[in-house]
Design a binder for this molecule. Structure first.
Ligand code: 3HC
Length: 312
């Protein structure tokens, strides 16, 4: 079959809603796009552990400590799941980690902001994991089998992450004046970075056309962002809290909450490494990699010995 014939058959499979599996023929650009997206998603899960990890030792009680520990541990598992999904496409773990540590690969810009109070743990859970759920339940319908199946498992755990966060924001919003002020401050700081998580506007999103064509993405950046605003905005206001968007209003004709302009200069500044915590986050990730060298060496030595024993 000619290359064009293979492509036509591949696209017919996509149109039929079939899942593409690792051993199937796929266009190189499909493979490249998936390695890009899945590896950066995995990086985001691991880097996402850092803003919350700093609060585990400062949790206000044992229950909150246990819940936060479970959430951060989940994120580590999500990262491993996703690195494995990317490896089914031929990417190696070493290449992906090197791309992150060298700064070549991206991770979600939202994790380059500081978590300044315990209320941030609630707002991150509600807003950041809430945004991730919208994105990841969409990706559960992705045409690439391993990514789609990983998303089904991960989305179930994200639901717990969002609920534990939302519960904390509700409690703090009904607490003392100091607690209300603390949670309102966290809402003000995390709202716009959470909105930016969905990526640039559709017309500024160079990857979206091919991702939509091959059903890797089945919703656009702006469609998911609109779902996010429609879901979160009324619930935040219901709690007597405000959102840092003076232009936010409901459009009667569609029922959509229309948000104000997003500061894309800030977005690209943070994506390009000049955010409040980029250097701190990357230093922590590089240190963790260096500290783990002995584990990797021990595993390699064990594998060599096992291979030697098997060969003997
Ligand atoms: N942070 C950093 N970079 C971003 C970004 C963000 N929030 N949004 C977009 N970008 C980058 C893209 O990676 C792309 O750069 P690249 O071509 O060098 O990779 C560039 O900006 C242009 O953006 P596009 O819209 O063209 O890129 P995509 O079509 O890939 O859309 C995306 C961006 C929506 C993030 C998409 O890649 C995606 O859905 N990825 C999978 C999900 C994911 O990675 N989520 C990150 C959060 S994970 C998380 O929240 C963990 C949870 O436990 C809290």
């Amino acid at each position: 079959m000619t290359e064009n014939g293979r492509l036509a058959e591949f696209e017919a499979r996509i149109r039929r809603g079939e899942k593409i599996e690792p051993g199937d023929w796929m266009p190189e650009d499909y493979r490249r796009q998936l390695i890009r997206m899945i590896s950066q998603h995995a990086h985001s899960e691991i880097m996402g552990m850092l803003p919350e990890g700093t609060w585990i030792a400062r949790a206000p009680n044992l229950r909150r400590k246990m819940v936060l520990l479970a959430k951060v541990q989940d994120e580590a598992g999500h990262g491993q799941y996703l690195y494995h999904a990317a490896e089914t496409l031929g990417a190696t773990r070493e290449e992906m980690i090197e791309a992150l540590l060298s700064g070549k690969a991206k991770y979600s810009q939202v994790f380059n902001y500081p978590s300044l109070s315990w209320a941030d743990m609630g707002v991150i859970g509600w807003f950041v994991d809430g945004a991730a759920i919208l994105n990841q339940t969409m990706l559960a319908r992705c045409s690439y089998g391993p990514y789609s199946r990983a998303m089904v498992r991960i989305s179930a755990e994200e639901s717990f992450h969002m609920k534990q966060g939302k519960e904390q924001v509700i409690l703090l919003s009904q607490g003392t004046a100091a607690q209300v002020a603390m949670v309102q401050d966290a809402v003000n700081r995390w709202w716009w970075p959470s909105m930016m998580m969905f990526g640039p506007h559709d017309q500024e999103s160079p990857n979206s056309p091919v991702l939509i064509k091959w059903a890797i993405k089945t919703r656009t950046n702006d469609e998911l962002r609109q779902d996010f605003v429609n879901q979160i905005a009324p619930e935040v206001m219901e709690l007597g809290l405000t959102l840092p968007d003076p232009d936010l209003h409901i459009e009667k004709a569609t029922g959509n909450w229309i948000h104000g302009p997003i500061d894309w200069d800030e977005f690209w500044r943070v994506v390009r490494g000049d955010g409040p915590c980029n250097a701190e986050r990357m230093a922590a990730r590089r240190k963790a990699h260096d500290d783990g060298l002995w584990v990797r060496q021990a595993l390699e030595a064990y594998a060599r010995r096992e291979a030697g024993v098997a060969a003997a």
